[in-house]
Design a protein around this ligand. Structure first.
Ligand SMILES: NC(=O)c1ccc[n+]([C@@H]2O[C@H](COP(=O)([O-])OP(=O)(O)OC[C@H]3O[C@@H](n4cnc5c(N)ncnc54)[C@H](OP(=O)(O)O)[C@@H]3O)[C@@H](O)[C@H]2O)c1
Length: 253
């Protein structure tokens, strides 16, 4: 019998996903590095192996049924269970182009092309549903699996309307923000189903982090961002489920 713990991070070839994978590997997990582009996945895996980490590159495009099914087969051929799933892959199509020189977002909802909104929902909303459903048999086979959804402060309706405790109104980023609102609801839905089966499902807000997603305009580091993600991925028994957190605690929905 193996005592090895397995974790899968989608979109692990760069940004917050890469740092999350590093932290989980450092904690002793065997980490499956999900990457839609196998060359980028290979590069990340090579770098981790040279640091002595136990990682596997896993080709995985969260928008493709075939790709996700193939990824499940690959993992299932090597292990009987998955202890952690981090649904990290995400896009913010059109976001960077809509930033003015001061870094303020300047694309009103009425100007957001529907094609962008759809592209965002494909990855940020339907992706986590597809991946979670497909990997559920492996997650249920683990003693107490954890699922983390990469949400955002922009997913908070309380912040959008300016009613979050002590928070200013968030920027009006329709497609991306509402995709994370949907993801928050999806988090709660899976959490309700899976709580009786011992799986905790939570949403993490990493904060505005310097990555390709925002043209490196974010003010936080990926190390800071990964903190809450890793914490929710490694919750002790009795921890919360169906919640929405940053590193300081629960967030207003
Ligand atoms: N950065 C922030 O300020 C911030 C704030 C709140 C929440 N988040 C969330 O944090 C997560 C990570 O974002 P990040 O800032 O680290 O962005 P990033 O550096 O752009 O990384 C995004 C990752 O997602 C992958 N990805 C995109 N589409 C995919 C698909 N169809 N299938 C599989 N992987 C796909 C990318 O792969 P490629 O390299 O192939 O494009 C990349 O690995 C996202 O869910 C994002 O919404 C970020």
């Amino acid at each position: 019998m193996t005592t090895e713990k397995n974790a899968l991070v989608t979109g692990a070839n760069k940004g917050i996903g890469l740092e999350t994978a590093r932290r989980l590997a450092a904690l002793g997990f065997k980490v499956w590095l999900g990457a839609r582009d196998s060359r980028r996945g290979d590069a990340a895996a090579e770098a981790f192996r040279s640091e002595g980490f136990d990682v596997e590159r896993l080709e995985l495009d969260v928008t493709s049924d075939e790709s996700v099914a193939a990824a499940v087969r690959t993992v299932a051929a090597r292990t009987s269970s998955l202890d952690v799933l981090v649904n990290n892959a995400g896009v913010a199509t059109g976001y960077v182009d809509a930033l003015n020189p001061d870094g303020r977002y300047e694309r009103p909802p009425s100007q957001e092309p529907l094609a962008d909104t759809k592209a965002i929902y494909d990855v940020n909303v339907f992706g986590p549903i597809r991946v979670t459903q497909a990997f559920l048999p492996l997650l249920l086979a683990a003693p107490a699996a954890r699922i983390v959804m990469l949400s955002s402060y922009l997913g908070s309706i309380a912040r959008a309307v300016g009613s979050g405790a002590g928070e200013s109104q968030s920027p009006n980023v329709m497609g991306y923000g509402s995709s994370k609102t949907a993801l928050n609801a999806i988090t709660v839905a899976f959490a309700r189903e899976l709580a009786p089966r011992g799986i905790m499902v939570n949403a993490a807000a990493p904060g505005y982090t310097a990555t390709d997603l925002n043209g490196h305009k974010g003010h936080r580091t990926v190390q800071q961002a990964a903190e809450i993600v890793v914490r929710l991925a490694t919750l002790d028994a009795g921890g919360p489920t169906g919640g929405y957190f940053d590193e300081n605690g629960p967030l207003p929905w």
